[in-house]
Design a binder for this molecule. Structure first.
Ligand code: 6R9
Length: 659
């Protein structure tokens, strides 16, 4: 149970300053409540108004919501638009072509800027190049690229011609990349020769080659390569092509391909509770509307802001708050190639000072690791940097613990900047529950209240509201424009995962939550399914288990999470080998080999921190692995749960020991 529930009166409340309230777009709680009331009074009318006022339509829609095939909802169905047109052309046509769209800083500190007019030029050229390679509306394009302006160009160019992109995070292995290419049936991969992170060059093109060589990717016709480092890469003619050569050979003038509102803008693979990652399918209009509106509401973005979201374009945060949202608002944003600890752990603070960042959005895990760094090395403490350009701070990806929140508020925000703790998911498209910087009183550790139009609630297993102060399941009661539309190629799984019958038509988020007994504020209590959150990255336990058992030595594996001070959760694997249980040096050696194997199967982010070997796993008499016992063991706690149904109680002693 959370602190807020047990000690309602000890909660510390932080109010946005008068100044923040006065100047905000949604100014004060009354303005927030008025928008909520408008949505409640006329739900579809509210969304229709938002969509008319915030997007430019080539052909206007005549109705907002079609729920005739629920839960396959359609929004603004008969309207037509183009996402890239709404992100680029609208600003250039409004005379803002010279405004800087993206400030890009490389790993080693070189800075380049691109204006809206230049970005439109580059997107147009590359979109024409994609067309010349036979990429058509509806084709899937996999993007496996580093943080770069070219990465955004690739995404926007797909949007411009109606191709559906699927960005795969550059940390995923060849095997994971192959699986995603195959599942999406992609016709083309866009990658880079190498990526630069923390002073090192890491291969990308070589991994694409490896992925394609694994087989099953027969749909791929071309691999387009952005030359980032100039490192040596193998080139297979006529399959492989250079991005810069293609772009130079084509005209910047590429009329947007108008698409239906529901046309899939992108797929993004994310972990679920079974072994296979799911391709979350997003729409064009509903998604873009929410990416833009949440920039306006949650970040209160203004023309003179310098917005910095530190996420990678391989995650949904990088989609909504780098590639689409800021551009849809005509904002200026920073994009960073590197890591927060290179050349030292003062990098973020130095960049905020140097570029005069006004809105900073990052993950709790980054904050926690930078707190630790600042405590051990005074030279990288934020007090050494001038951070007074900041006006709003944000966090995303996992719960932020109150101590980290307070440090962020004091040391980064100077006690002056509201913190927006934004709860949302790959599936929701954009923020769902979050404070508003010019309205909501903040409570550290709570994501506070849903945005206007978002019908979040905490219910029991049968879909009935639980009283405030009682924990339960987080649901969204009504559909919303930016919601997931489908799991690519698997509508049944979509229904089962997100709209289970017993919840009576509510969207199941997969998180537990509790509302404060006094003010109804939401606190997220963590996943209720077999999904772990490691450094804000979603990892399915089954996915890691399948990777482990695919190693020839492994007979059986069970993966659970345990709390970790820096990464939030850490991956802990219990493994039974096909040979006698190893001990000492040998156990360490095999554990290292298994870790490496998981890195190859999924990617380095999925490597278990702890691996423990047993002769068996704790199982019920019906053969079910008792994960809750493993969770206690992983934490190093004594097992206090009922073990009467356990087939083999002696195993707990053996698995409780770390080596
Ligand atoms: C945007 C993103 C989604 C899961 C989500 C939840 C956790 C995200 C959070 C949070 C507490 C927050 N999560 N934001 N938990 N407070 N502010 O992270 O998407 O990668 O799909 O992860 O992350 O558990 O269900 P995604």
């Amino acid at each position: 149970m959370s602190d807020t529930a047990t000690h309602p009166h000890e909660r510390k409340v932080y109010y946005p300053s008068q100044q923040a309230v006065q100047s905000a777009r949604i100014s004060g709680m009354d303005a927030y409540r008025a928008l909520c009331a408008e949505a409640e009074g006329d739900y579809t009318g509210f969304w229709a108004r938002m969509a008319r006022e915030n997007l430019q339509w080539q052909q206007p829609f005549t109705h907002a919501l079609d729920d005739s095939q629920a839960p396959f909802y359609k929004w603004f169905d008969d309207g037509w638009l183009n996402v890239s047109f709404n992100c680029l052309d609208v600003h250039v046509q409004a005379g803002k072509g010279d405004k800087t769209a993206i400030v890009f800083e490389t790993d080693d500190g070189a800075v380049t800027r691109v204006s809206y007019a230049e970005l439109l030029d580059r997107v147009g050229r590359f979109a024409n190049a994609l067309k010349s390679l036979g990429v058509n509306k509806g084709d899937r394009v996999v993007i496996y690229m580093p943080m770069s302006i070219e990465g955004v160009v690739a995404m926007q160019a797909c949007a411009r011609i109606g191709a559906t992109h699927s960005v795969v995070f550059g940390g995923f292995s060849a095997q994971s990349l192959r699986d995603r290419i195959e599942d999406a049936g992609a016709v083309l991969v866009i990658t880079a020769d190498e990526q630069r992170r923390g002073g090192k060059s890491l291969p990308l093109k070589a991994i694409v080659d490896e992925a394609l060589a694994l087989g099953g990717c027969d749909t791929i016709r071309h691999v387009v390569v952005y030359q980032r480092t100039g490192g040596n890469v193998a080139f297979t003619a006529p399959r492989d092509l250079w991005m810069h050569e293609l772009s130079a050979a084509h005209s910047p003038d590429c009329p947007p391909v108008w698409v239906e509102a529901e046309h899939p803008l992108f797929l993004l693979y994310t972990s679920g509770s079974t072994g296979k990652p799911k391709g979350v399918q997003h729409s064009s209009a509903g998604y873009l509307l929410w990416a833009k509106l949440t920039m306006l509401w949650t970040f209160d973005i203004r023309p003179d802001d310098l917005f910095w979201c530190t996420a990678d374009i391989g995650w949904v945060t990088g989609h909504s708050y780098i590639a689409y949202g800021p551009l849809a608002c005509g904002a200026t944003e920073i994009m960073f190639e590197g890591v927060p600890t290179f050349p030292d752990a003062g990098r973020f603070w130095k960049m905020i000072e140097q570029h005069k960042v006004t809105i900073f959005y990052t993950a709790p895990t980054a904050i926690r690791s930078l707190i630790k760094a600042a405590e051990t090395n005074p030279a990288v403490h934020p007090r050494n940097y001038k951070l007074d350009s900041l006006r709003i701070l944000g966090t995303v990806g996992e719960p932020i613990n109150p101590a980290a929140w307070e440090w962020y508020y004091e040391h980064i925000g100077g006690g002056r900047c509201p913190i927006v703790d934004t709860w949302w998911q790959t599936e929701t498209g954009g923020h769902m529950i979050t404070p508003l910087p010019g309205a909501t009183p903040m409570v550290p550790g709570s994501c506070t209240l849903p945005l206007p139009g978002i019908t979040a609630e905490v219910v029991d297993e049968t879909g009935h509201d639980v009283p405030w102060g009682t924990g339960g399941i987080l649901v969204i009661k009504k559909p919303w424009p930016a919601m997931i539309r489908n799991i690519w190629g698997d509508p049944e799984r979509f229904k089962k995962s997100y709209y289970p019958e017993e919840l009576g038509g509510y969207y199941l988020a997969g998180d537990g939550a509790i509302r404060d007994a006094n003010d109804g504020y939401f606190t997220i209590t963590g996943r209720i399914d077999d999904v772990l959150n490691v450094s804000g990255h979603r990892m399915g336990t089954m996915e890691i288990e399948s990777a482990l058992v695919s190693h020839p030595l492994v007979a059986e594996a069970a993966v659970v999470g345990r709390p970790d001070d820096i990464t939030g959760e850490a991956i802990c694997a219990f493994v039974v080998l096909k040979r006698p249980r190893p001990e000492g040096e040998e156990a360490l050696k095999i554990a290292a080999e298994l870790r490496n194997h998981v890195g190859v199967e999924i990617g380095p982010i999925a490597k278990p921190k702890d691996i423990r070997f047993g002769d068996n796993l704790p199982k019920t008499r019906s053969g079910k692995i008792m994960r809750r016992l493993l969770r206690s063991l992983a934490k190093g706690e004594a097992v206090t749960q009922d073990t009467s149904t356990l087939e083999n109680p002696a195993i707990l002693d053996q698995l409780g020991k770390t080596h």
